[in-house]
Design a binder for this molecule. Sequence first.
Ligand code: PBG
Length: 323
Amino acid sequence: MYPLQRNRRLRTSAAIRDLVREHHLSPHDFIVPLFVVEGKNKKEAIPSMPGYFRYSMDGIIKQVKALWNLNIKAVLLFVKVEDAKKDNLGTEALRQEGLMQLTIGAIKEAVPEMVVMTDVALDPYSSYGHDGIVKEGKIDNDATVKILAEMALSHAAAGADVIAPSDMMDGRILSIRNTLESAGFVDTLIMSYSAKYASSFYGPFREALDSAPGFGDKKTYQMDFANRGEALTETLRDIEEGADLVMVKPGMAYLDILRDLKNTVNTPIAVYQVSGEYAMLKAAAEKGWLDHDAVMIEQLMSFKRAGATLIATYFAEEVVKNL
Ligand code: PBG
């Protein structure tokens, strides 16, 4: 009761504020998404993601070394596939000499301790731009799950540490887990995009990978952003099916979901601050409307406060240089 309690006492000086701060950011919090393209010496700008690039494998290796030197421990790989290699079967996704598989191997050779996480979903490989196999205008869940499990196995065989299915098919975690176990990959982790919403914040990413859906949208597999309880149903199921890490995606508009999960499960939770979130801040800062670094740190801290253990973000390198 005032004046016995004056809450402002705990804010009197920077030193006191440092002492009582509840949450902190460290390089170990971050997962860095990396976009890989075929070829050599390529560094391609992504117009809607200023300051972010697609690299050919040589550039990716340099990037991974630089990130490791910043004490960052995890990268999450996405590949951009040429149109000629896209089909409705995931053929290129399964090729052991595919761009993803070769990149995994090259990173593990160059920086063996870097934790290599790999995106598992068909959209970059799909002639329809969907995360699954299309049959008669619909996404065939069970046919897709079979391919995803094979895809996960090929990533594990190439040396991936963490398989990250981002497709939202039912039963894929169980199927991937069983496939990995039977093949002897008992230590390969699965990070499930367990609560992934059908979001318009993914726009710039789809531009980066040329992976926008050719027809319709992703609402029959990604979650309705009006729903909250469903995130728990999805996440609890994925943990039962064998996920080691779970995820909420997107980030900023979904902090309630993050906190719900944190209050309910003990599994480490990742949050994905997606491409549209990155683009918004870059655009506002370019106009001089927001203080880029201050807002970046405030947003990232909000994920920690809401309950995230890990944060996938395009700001990772910048923020770590800022800490
Ligand atoms: C595709 C995938 C998407 C993202 C990660 N994996 C896009 C989508 O679901 O359409 C989005 C990432 C971002 O926007 O930064 N499986």
